[in-house]
Write a protein that binds this ligand. Sequence first.
Ligand code: 3HC
Length: 304
Amino acid sequence: MYSQGLIGADGRTREDEEFLARFQARIDDEQKIEPNDAMPEGYRRTLVRQIGQHAHSEIVGMLPEGNWITRAPTLRRKASLLAKVQDEGGHGLYLYSAAETLGVSREQMTEELLTGAAKYSSIFNYPTLTWADIGTIGWLVDGAAIMNQIPLCRCSYGPYAREMIRICKEESFHQRQGYQILLDLMRHGTDEQKQMVQDSINRFWWPALMMFGPHDSDSPNTAQSMAWKIKRMTNDDLRQRFIDQTVPQLEYLGCTAPDPDLKWNEERGHYDFGEIDWKEFYDVVKGNGPCNRDRLRTRRKAIE
Ligand code: 3HC
């Protein structure tokens, strides 16, 4: 059931200089690493960590939106939200299956989530207070997820790269339906509903930027993940690309971002933006966000 390629699992392979150089040459040659290939333990562990946390994010990410399935304003919106939340469950299952090809069990990963040994994306620890939040999550959160996941379609680990292709296609529907919710409210809504949209963007704008992780200079994993072509772009580059793509959509909505420093920089060819509140980021990652306890309690209840 588990990969026979694990270093030491079969006793036939050792991580000496020659093996590591041969492995890196395969990565540099853009070869896909498959479950039964011999791989450095660090490569395997990095993938188990990232894919497992990605899977946890998909499953925990169902909770904030699930709250609104029974409260959706029309049958059409309810059907669309139901389809999206079901998709997220499917993404979680694909990702847990990919992690299992690396010799870890779903039970083990779930245990690590519940004990706090494994993370999930900080964004899912914020509450969904209004219907506009469902639109903002689709547009901003799934939009950020797409930005981060498109490069993962070219990840060096075969199973992860291949499942990203299908996941990204489904995320595009998620982003589109979210933006449509906000566009309808801004075009046909009352002043109060338009304010509800702006309030939602004010609450989710910065947490969505945090999804890309700490600055590259503060990221302990990025350099090695880039060398192994698990990551194809750095946290800061993806964040910048997301902002550059999202601001015109924000303006088209007729809304603003809660960032007075956000403005186009002709010289850079990018938007300048303010500093992220990294204290908030690490507080939420450490488990002290608005909904962390509620999310894990719900996951624990579902498993028990
Ligand atoms: N929330 C929680 N933890 C985070 C985080 C976030 N937003 N950003 C970074 N971290 C953690 C990392 O996991 C790492 O901790 P660890 O070493 O204990 O795992 C630490 O902070 C340092 O961050 P690094 O940048 O060094 O870590 P990575 O190289 O792993 O980069 C990442 C972080 C960019 C999130 C990367 O793991 C990644 O690309 N993961 C795959 C995509 C993913 O998981 N996206 C999450 C959202 S999924 C989603 O939104 C579903 C959609 O359907 C809505």
